[in-house]
Structure formats: structure tokens, C-alpha cells
Design a protein around this ligand. Structure first.
Ligand code: 5GP
Length: 206
């Protein structure tokens, strides 16, 4: 598989690290950047919109898509399937847009296998205490649920060293700036600039 014009970024984080809010702001503040909308079999949560937050599909539909080879990657996370449809991602990259995949470590491994030129970013919470506070604030969950979320978070964090970049989300604006810097630096790489600056380079070297 060939990744031509845009760059594919993988962003993983334990739930409670603030990944979704950071990526939403990143997309609002940067041009030529899209966030891939995943397919999932999990139920819709209040406030979520089909086609915007996820493509919510049945298990049958998801399994049919697996059989058809429609996924760039997919995984079972917390009892449900989650996956990234291949074609929309490749189409965006082809038209020169950077694409962000908000996926877990299992999906990240599959994408690195298929598209080794991707860049992966792991977002960490600033401390265990803050992570726990953030997991609690989500609602009136039982202690058992909180404890399970903490274990799940630790299992995700255990894969931090498979990623190219680590960003700590303590101060939101700083973490946002760091994410922007990663995207901007990637856009300035020779392989991307050479094509964009053909005319300038020709003129300067004439
Ligand atoms: P949530 O159900 O809270 O929206 O997401 C749960 C977890 O599923 C998160 O860790 C998120 O990164 C992961 N996830 C969401 N979409 C995908 C996907 O398309 N592929 C994979 N592998 N993981 C995903």
C-alpha cells in the first residue's frame, strides 16, 4: 500500500487523557487535516451523532466489512468492534490531506505494518491522580467501574514505547501546540516540500 501525498497520523491514549477534545481543536485550527470517522458496534452514547462521532453499525455489518477486506485495521476494544475503513483514508491522503486515526494500540500496530511511513503519537495524562479524577468526572459510576477503567488505561499506556511521539496533556493549550508542532514539522519534510516548492527551487537554482 502506498501513502502518497498527505501523512497518516495515529493518535492513541487511554480514555481520560483528553484525546478527543484535543483532536477536535486541532482539526478546527489546522487546514488540510481530517480526523477519520471509525466504524463501531458499540451503542451510541448521549450526544453522539452517527456519521460524525462514529459510523454506528451492527455486528453483522461489521463482520461483513471484515470479510470484504474493507478495514485498514480493526480491533475488539472493551467487548465491541472498532475499525477504520480503508478507502476514505487513502482518498484523503491522495488529495494531500493529513489524516488522523484515533485508535487503540492494537489498531496502531496493524497500521504500522501496512503503512510504515505513518507517524504515531501517544497522549499521556499528567499523573495517575488526574487520570482517576477525569475518569470519575464522567458520571456516577461505581467504584468497580472506575477501578476497571484505571486497569484498562494502564493496559493502553503500557504500549507507549511503540509510538514515535509522546505528548502529556496537563495544560490543554500546551498539549494542543505540541500536537500542532508535530503536524507542522511533518509538512516541512523535504519529501513534501520538494513538490510544493518546485517553482521556487527552480527559480533559485536557475
Ligand atoms: P470509545 O468507545 O470510548 O469511543 O473508544 C474506546 C476506544 O476505542 C478508544 O481507546 C479508541 O482509541 C478506540 N477506537 C476508536 N475507534 C477505533 C478504531 O477505528 N480502531 C481501533 N483499533 N480502535 C478504535
Amino acid at each position: 500500500m502506498n501513502m502518497s501525498k498527505g501523512t497518516l497520523f495515529i493518535v492513541s491514549a487511554p480514555s481520560g487523557a483528553g484525546k478527543t477534545s484535543l483532536l477536535k481543536r486541532l482539526r478546527e485550527e489546522m487546514d488540510r487535516l481530517v480526523i477519520s470517522v471509525s466504524h463501531t458496534t458499540r451503542p451510541v452514547r448521549p450526544g453522539e451523532v452517527d456519521g460524525r462521532d462514529y459510523h454506528f453499525v451492527s455486528r453483522q455489518t461489521f463482520e461483513r466489512m471484515i470479510a470484504e477486506g474493507a478495514f485498514l485495521e480493526y480491533a475488539r476494544v472493551f467487548d465491541h468492534y472498532y475499525g477504520t475503513a480503508r478507502q476514505p483514508v487513502l482518498d484523503e491522503l491522495e488529495r494531500g490531506y493529513d489524516v488522523i486515526l484515533e485508535i487503540d494500540w492494537q489498531g496502531a500496530r496493524q497500521v504500522r505494518e501496512k503503512l510504515p511511513e505513518c507517524r504515531s503519537i501517544f497522549i499521556l495524562p499528567p499523573s495517575r491522580e488526574v487520570l482517576e479524577q477525569r475518569l470519575r468526572r464522567r458520571g456516577q459510576d461505581s467504584e468497580e467501574t472506575i477501578a476497571r477503567r484505571m486497569r484498562d488505561a494502564k493496559a493502553e499506556i503500557a504500549h507507549y514505547d511503540e509510538y514515535d511521539f509522546l505528548v502529556v496533556n496537563d495544560d490543554f493549550d500546551q498539549a494542543l501546540n505540541e500536537l500542532k508542532s508535530i503536524v507542522v514539522a511533518d509538512r516541512l519534510r523535504l519529501s513534501r516540500q520538494r513538490e510544493a516548492l518546485t517553482d521556487l527551487l527552480r527559480q533559485l537554482l536557475a
